[in-house]
Write a protein that binds this ligand. Structure first.
Ligand code: PLP
Length: 394
């Protein structure tokens, strides 16, 4: 018996453990300090009433013989896929129901999709980015190369003559930088993928935070993208489903490589290894698209957007450069006075009692940067912003 040796190549995931340790230690030494956490990537507002009502009603259906549901379709119920197709139609994107696959969240599918690709492919991953892309590829023994995302390209790398990749990850709006590609940027990647016969894995987990109507919320808003891209999305940040678990993946019928439709491969993979998202949860997710559901979830997003605005305004007044905050719940700020990201973490914790996330935890290019999130409440966000302003204007 031999274990998968690639797991031994993974770096110890110490980012959030280290943050937790440092915060606990500081709190123990300074119990009087009211620590405010702007490091959280999880939502804090509860599920909206329309979703709760749908979950309750679906639960009751499950307790009645006539309306009980056993195994459902592995790729999801049509009632939810129809709502998702309707949502995409508003963005000008037409989807067939068989192109939509309901999942228990974007994270699982982002990892699982790698089943479809040979280990020999070269994978291009932006640096910095959500660490799951790198780790899942290392687990599979795949060669990873990085696309530098830095201040020089607004944290939005584009393909150039040196780009050499078969699989390309794009996360827009980006975690952690909050940067969002415009149409021209996404088109450059779509054109590259077409020329190269590469496949783009587009993570749209934060699409609902895009406020600027000129920015794309789906890669399929770019012409020809259906021939090159798989899109992952989630109800986690859109509707507070981080603990409820539901997402979806779009594998267009037009995406064909080596004469094989990837949609068929993914269907085969899912029907073999996955038994679907609970009926109750899919009913809750469908309620996100009802009139009240849309209104209520948007109100929650606006609440977080207001937090982002408070933080962004503070940094504007301080003259600190940052990306994000306008079309994203994340604010990616330059550490002041050339501080390293862990150094700034300690400085902010010790002098302002505010916790953020050191950029170095998201990749080598994250060094010297710091991520603040909009997921705390107004009161704490305002308090934290005031403390940051007082400290950094010294
Ligand atoms: N993609 C990105 C970029 C994320 O930041 C996250 C979670 O923070 C996910 C995907 C995971 O989403 P889900 O909760 O749907 O698994």
């Amino acid at each position: 018996m031999k274990i998968n040796q690639h797991y031994l190549q993974l770096e110890k995931s110490y980012l959030f453990t280290m943050i937790g340790k440092k915060v606990a230690q500081f709190q123990q030494q300074h119990p009087e300090v009211d620590i405010i956490r702007l490091g959280i990537g999880d939502v804090t507002l509860p599920l909206c009433p329309a979703v709760v009502e749908a979950l309750e009603s679906a639960s009751r259906e499950m307790g009645v013989k006539e309306t009980f549901h056993g195994y459902g379709p592995e790729q999801g119920y049509d009632f939810l896929k129809e709502k998702i197709a309707g949502y995409y139609a508003e963005k000008g994107v037409t989807l067939a129901l068989d192109e939509i696959f309901i999942s228990d969240g974007a994270k699982s599918d982002l990892g699982n999709i790698l089943d479809l690709f040979d280990a020999d492919n070269t994978v291009l991953i932006p640096d910095p980015v959500y660490p799951v892309y790198v780790d899942t590829n290392i687990m599979a023994g795949r060669k990873v190369v990085f696309a530098d995302a830095d201040a020089s390209n607004g944290f939005l790398p584009l393909p150039d003559e040196n780009t050499d990749a078969d699989i390309i990850y794009i996360c827009s709006p980006n975690n952690p930088t909050g940067a969002v590609y415009d149409h021209a940027g996404l088109k450059a990647w779509v054109d590259y993928a077409k020329k190269r016969d590469a496949v783009i894995l587009f993570d749209a987990a934060y699409e609902s935070f895009v406020a600027d109507p000129s920015l794309p919320r789906s890669i399929y808003e770019v012409e020809g993208a259906k021939e090159v891209a798989i899109e992952f999305c989630s109800f986690s940040k859109t509707a507070g489903f981080t603990g409820t678990r539901c997402g979806y993946t779009i594998v267009p019928d037009a995406l064909v490589r080596g004469g094989v439709a990837l949609n068929g491969l993914w269907l085969r993979r899912q029907t073999t290894k996955f038994n679907g998202v609970p009926y109750i949860i899919q009913k809750g997710a469908a309620a996100v698209f009802s009139e009240e559901g849309r209104r209520q979830t948007l109100a929650n997003i606006d609440y977080y957007r207001e937090n982002a605005r408070i933080l962004a305004d503070t940094l504007d007044r301080l003259g600190i450069r940052y990306t994000g905050g306008k079309n994203s719940p994340y604010i990616w700020m330059e550490c002041p006075n050339g501080m390293k990201s862990w150094e700034f973490f300690d400085y902010l914790l010790e002098n302002a009692g505010v916790v953020g996330t050191p950029g170095a935890g998201f990749g080598a290019n994250g060094e010297g940067y710091f991520r603040l999130t909009a997921f705390n409440d107004h009161e704490n966000t305002e308090k934290a912003a005031k403390r940051i302003e007082k400290l950094l204007s010294k």
